[in-house]
Design a binder for this molecule. Sequence first.
Ligand code: GTP
Ligand code: MG
Length: 278
Amino acid sequence: MTTHTPSPTACTACPAHNLINLRKLGVDMTDWDYVVALAGNPNTGKSTVFNALTGLRQHTGNWPGKTVTRAEGGFIFAGRRYKLVDLPGTYSLLATSLDEEIARDFILFGQPDVTVVVVDATRLERNLNLALQVLSITDRVVICLNLMDEAERHGLKVDDRRLARDLGAPVVPTVAREGKGLTELLQAIDDVATGRTVCKPHRLRSTSPQIERAITILSRQIEQLHPNLPNVRWVALRLLDGDQSIANALRSGELGNLGRDAPQTGDPNLTLRLEPAS
Ligand SMILES: Nc1nc2c(ncn2[C@@H]2O[C@H](COP(=O)(O)OP(=O)(O)OP(=O)(O)O)[C@@H](O)[C@H]2O)c(=O)[nH]1
Ligand SMILES: [Mg+2]
């Protein structure tokens, strides 16, 4: 059985996932070391990657309380046992649809050890929107640059090294349908999960000084309430956007216990002051 107790000192090689929240999300980590989420726009090859990595070790079920199907499987790499969860295909994580909400909550609350974002190399502009959103929630990301054969067929050249540098996360070119690049993908996943690769995500800044000021003020307040929260800036932005599910999660303490060193209980007395930036 896997035991993962949050330690008082951060350990980069230790699993980062949130066991309690994963259980609530219907994922049992017994017998697994790490959990990997597979995200991406619809039709980018997520299921092809999923099938290639897990083979026959997979089963489908539903997300708890939802009618949305979830595929779950596993693989062993370098002696480590990885559980792989296929998230619904989405263009964004703004939680405006059930699929987006499921994908976002899984990344936010489950805190997977690695989130693989499968992107379509022929439609990078559209696909990078989701990649940047994922990178604003978590820094444990691998970009799977899929459909490279299609890109080539269209005469497109994608500079994967430059992309990795610009995004601040590993990028692995693949042709999933032919199994090309999948060993490299597994290696990149293992490197991020075990802390050998530490991503330095490119985070988008607002061009408005007023918004930046509001984010700074709000971030300070959130940090005081939850010193261990890993993605304060993103939470502040969502609050400014009036995202009720994030405000509720902060109030209930569900967001507050996301830090690796934090006790895994909520703080029912939490109050959050939302003051206008002046
Ligand atoms: N040419 C090419 N086709 C691919 C590649 N990877 C996947 N495909 C094909 O693309 C189509 C969509 O693949 P899926 O794996 O179903 O994509 P998905 O992201 O799971 O799609 P949804 O679950 O509907 O969002 C299938 O016909 C695959 O065979 C690739 O690298 N190159
Ligand atoms: Mg699929």
